[in-house]
Design a protein around this ligand. Structure first.
Ligand SMILES: [Zn+2]
Ligand SMILES: [Zn+2]
Length: 142
C-alpha cells in the first residue's frame, strides 16, 4: 500500500529578526530579571505595522481562490502596541513603575535615574467593576 505524500504546506516567511532579550541598559550584559512595557517609537511602530502588513499579504497570497477573502482588522497603532524593556536586577526600575506602560520617549533603565525613569507612565487601567447585585435564581431553584 502506498501512503500519499503529505501536501506541502504554505511557504512560511521568516520572522523579522528580534534581538535576544537582554538587559536594556547600554553596555550591560547581565541576564534580564524584570520586564516592563513602553509605547513604541515611530520607527518601532513602523516595523510592527510593516511586519503585520507582510503577514496579511502572505495570508492573502496563499488564500484559496474559492474561499471568501480574509478580512483583517485595523493595523496596529501606538495605542495598542507596547515594546518590552528588560533589565537585570541592578538596572530594574521600581516595581510600581514597572507595572505601568511607559512613554515611547522613556529612557529607562537609565543608571542616572534608577529606580525612577524620565517619563510619566500612563495611569493604570480602571479596575473592573465588581458585580454586587445578585441575579434572581430560576423559580424552580428556590
Ligand atoms: Zn543591567
Ligand atoms: Zn518611564
Amino acid at each position: 500500500m502506498i501512503t500519499p505524500a503529505p501536501e506541502p504546506g504554505p511557504p512560511v516567511l521568516p520572522l523579522p529578526p528580534s534581538p535576544t532579550p537582554g538587559c536594556s541598559s547600554a553596555g550591560c550584559l547581565a541576564a534580564p530579571l524584570v520586564q516592563w512595557q513602553r509605547r513604541p517609537t515611530d520607527g518601532e511602530l513602523e516595523a510592527v505595522v510593516a511586519a503585520e502588513q507582510a503577514r496579511r499579504d502572505q495570508v492573502l497570497a496563499v488564500a484559496a481562490p474559492h474561499q471568501s477573502t480574509p478580512v483583517f482588522g485595523p493595523l496596529p497603532t501606538a495605542a495598542d502596541t507596547t515594546i518590552a524593556v528588560y533589565a537585570c536586577g541592578s538596572h530594574a526600575i521600581s516595581m510600581n513603575l514597572a507595572a505601568l506602560v511607559h512613554a515611547s520617549s522613556c529612557t529607562a533603565p537609565d543608571p542616572e535615574l534608577l529606580p525612577r525613569c524620565n517619563c510619566t507612565p500612563e495611569p493604570p487601567p480602571a479596575p473592573a467593576p465588581v458585580h454586587t447585585d445578585a441575579l434572581p435564581l430560576p423559580d424552580h431553584w428556590q
